[in-house]
Design a protein around this ligand. Structure first.
Ligand code: ISE
Length: 336
């Protein structure tokens, strides 16, 4: 029987997930849309006929219409949704970040540990991107020797008005904070933020781009160019430097066109297309895991907690400067 998914939040990401589950995911259907904004709720319901709409998750749960929950609201609204969903023992796919800070993420872990097994998967979709997976395999296989450095590029054409300075860390670099330790097989030890010249095309409230430097426990050094006003497109790429080789991921791909004395290749303009395959795989594997009873097949709430600690160090580095260290507690056996 099909998994009945309640989608919380019908903004850009929620609408994308609703379309995905409705048209591309097998074994699942959207049964409820939880969205306080009536226009957004109506538009979303029209795209997924037969779904009920609610303004509060508690009402959707009480109506008995959902077997699992996909949380796609902005990060600051995750915590109040996770609480009732865990209370109802529902499996959850929560978009990144898990919550806005490590104290509330810890509270989520404590609540989850009252259940029989992990119920929350966190939406770090890069782990499902074919190129990131291939790079991780190259690192693990060691064919090019040990990994020495990672140069990461994270560029957005522009950001919405709701995007504030701290979100360079909590909304954007949050992805590197998850995917880099996963790639390199080593946790983050320190974080530092440097400021190059400011891009005058950035909104006035933002001082960016920024350069984020990380040292991992295993000695690998990582730099991240975080740049959200590049105008020309959406680019997420990385170069891995090994002892006896180099690997690149995230280069523009597809049709190359030679015309008028130029060579061109189409570039993405949004994460929705750049990571479409990753989102598809992420949601399908989550649905399969929930139907199989394992509930999680990807980053879990413990991973989300570690990222929240890295974000706190990142914000301290962004606002106060200096090299900030991260010392996370040991992983509870519940998440082994
Ligand atoms: C956005 O929220 C995302 O998650 C994207 O992956 C990221 O590239 C962007 O910077 C964020 O604002």
């Amino acid at each position: 029987n099909e998994l009945r998914v309640g989608v919380v939040g019908a903004g850009a990401m929620g609408a994308d997930h609703i379309a995905r589950i409705t048209h591309r995911t097998s074994g699942a259907a959207v049964s409820a849309i939880i969205e306080p904004n009536p226009d957004r709720a109506a538009a979303a319901a029209e795209s997924a006929p037969g779904t009920a709409t609610f303004t509060r998750i508690e009402d959707a749960i009480d109506a008995g219409t959902v077997d699992a929950v996909l949380v796609a609201t902005p990060g600051q609204f995750h915590f109040p949704v996770l609480e009732p969903a865990l209370d109802a023992r529902l499996p959850i796919l929560c978009e990144k970040p898990l919550t806005q800070d490590s104290t509330s993420s810890w509270a989520v872990l404590e609540q989850e540990q009252k259940l029989d097994r992990p119920h929350i998967q966190v939406g770090f979709m890069r782990r499902f991107d074919p190129e990131y997976r291939a790079l991780r395999d190259v690192i693990a296989a060691g064919d090019a020797g040990e990994l020495l450095m990672l140069h990461c590029i994270h560029r957005n054409p522009s950001v919405p008005e709701s995007y504030l300075q701290r979100m360079l860390i909590t909304d954007s670099v949050v992805h590197e904070f998850d995917v880099v330790p996963w790639l390199a097989g080593s946790p983050i030890k320190t974080v530092e933020v440097k400021f190059p010249r400011r891009n005058t095309l950035a909104p006035e409230r933002l001082r960016e781009p920024i350069l984020v430097l990380m040292e991992l426990e295993n000695g690998v050094l990582v730099d991240v160019e975080m740049n959200v006003s590049v105008q020309f497109g959406y680019q997420v790429a990385a170069e891995a430097v090994f002892e006896s080789g180099i690997a690149h991921i995230g280069q523009p791909s597809g049709l190359q066109l030679w015309q008028g004395g130029r060579v061109s290749t189409a570039e993405h303009t949004s994460f929705v297309t750049r990571f479409a395959d990753a989102y598809d795989a992420e949601v399908q594997r989550w649905v399969d895991a929930v139907r199989a009873g394992t509930l999680v097949d990807g980053p879990n709430a413990w991973d989300g907690y570690l990222v929240s600690r890295a974000c706190e160090a990142g914000i301290a580095a962004l606002e106060g400067g200096g090299i900030q260290s991260i010392d996370a507690p040991a992983r509870p056996s519940f998440y082994a």
